[in-house]
Design a protein around this ligand. Structure first.
Ligand code: C2E
Ligand code: CA
Ligand code: CA
Ligand code: CA
Length: 279
């Protein structure tokens, strides 16, 4: 089950020419994908490592193409970013996730469940963003304090407009996470000046954890850095109990990964939330 839809994903590696042709077709179809209900939002819990209790869910979009099957976001998000369709897609995902999390917050013990939603560079650059996000919060009833917007460091290059927009979002009470932290070249240079609340330790550093000092060097450095800057750390891509233990020993308290749960449709996750007090 690890490679859900694996046979379909493989079709994408067949050849560069096919790929290029397909991509331009897909780019054209993207605009209509939202309106025609082909996009679905999956959710992956973000848990307290020590207990497995979900503190948040990250919304991850999927494209169920009528002929091509399941298309992973790594394939169409970059296209959507180019064509501009990402603005519509991103707002759709935010609204879906907000509605869903408000519903889950009514379950026993889940009143403080948060929603993590990815925001693309183009969305951050869009002048209407703050108003659109406010409108979605108002429509869905999600508290801004229960929303985390995830941005990669490359999206928040040290430009004044981005920083101002992040500050506006934070003034509403929304938290900002730096996604895939450690993989962008600018990370350390801008970090102290960026209005962010959370560092998401990229999964490549989690996969290097092996009980040896060399394996944990970067993870440890990022966790220390978060502590000094009073930021929270969320570890990504935790696949084994040993990784979770090592992260806990290093001082990281929250994370996500296949070891706890895969991204899944809302109905499946809800079952998990119901059947186990701690996921
Ligand atoms: P991301 O934001 O870094 O999301 C985490 C990715 O890691 C997800 O891939 C998730 O399925 C995967 N993952 C989670 N746990 C594990 C694990 O234990 N091991 C491994 N190997 N992988 C794990 P996914 O869902 O394919 O999404 C890929 C990327 O697409 C996301 O990376 C994000 O950058 C982008 N994306 C997804 N949904 C959206 C969206 O709504 N808006 C925007 N702008 N980008 C999105
Ligand atoms: Ca993310
Ligand atoms: Ca990430
Ligand atoms: Ca990523």
């Amino acid at each position: 089950a690890k490679r859900r839809g694996g046979h379909r994903y493989e079709r994408w590696t067949e050849g560069f020419e096919d790929l290029a042709a397909t991509e331009s077709v897909l780019a054209g179809e993207l605009g209509g994908a939202v309106g025609s209900g082909q996009l679905r939002v999956f959710y992956q819990p973000i848990v307290t490592l020590a207990t497995g209790e979900p503190v948040a869910v990250e919304a991850l979009v999927r494209w169920h193409h009528p002929e091509r099957g399941l298309i992973p976001p790594d394939r169409f998000i970059p296209l959507a970013e180019q064509t501009g369709a990402i603005e519509k897609i991103g707002l759709f995902v935010l609204e879906e996730a907000a509605r869903q999390v408000v519903a889950w917050q009514r379950l026993p013990g889940r009143a403080h469940l948060r929603a993590g939603v990815n925001l693309s560079p183009r969305q951050l650059a869009s002048p209407g963003l703050v108003d659109q996000v406010s409108a979605i919060l108002a429509r869905t009833g999600l508290s801004p304090h229960d929303l985390v917007l995830e941005l990669t460091e490359s999206a928040v290059a040290d430009d004044g407009v981005c920083v101002t927009r992040l500050e506006e979002l934070r003034r509403l009470g929304i938290r900002i996470a730096l996604d895939d932290f450690g993989t962008g070249y600018s990370s350390l240079r801008y970090l102290t000046r960026l209005p962010v609340d959370i560092l998401k330790l990229d999964r490549c550093f989690v996969s290097e954890l092996n009980g040896e000092p060399e394996g944990s060097a970067v993870a440890e450095a990022v966790i220390r850095l978060s502590q000094v800057l009073h930021l929270d750390t969320v570890a990504e891509g935790i696949e084994t109990a040993a990784q979770a233990t090592e992260l806990t020993l290093l001082g990281c308290r929250t994370g996500q990964g296949y070891h706890y749960a895969r991204p899944m449709p809302a109905a499946e996750l809800e079952e998990l939330i119901h059947t186990s007090p701690a996921l």
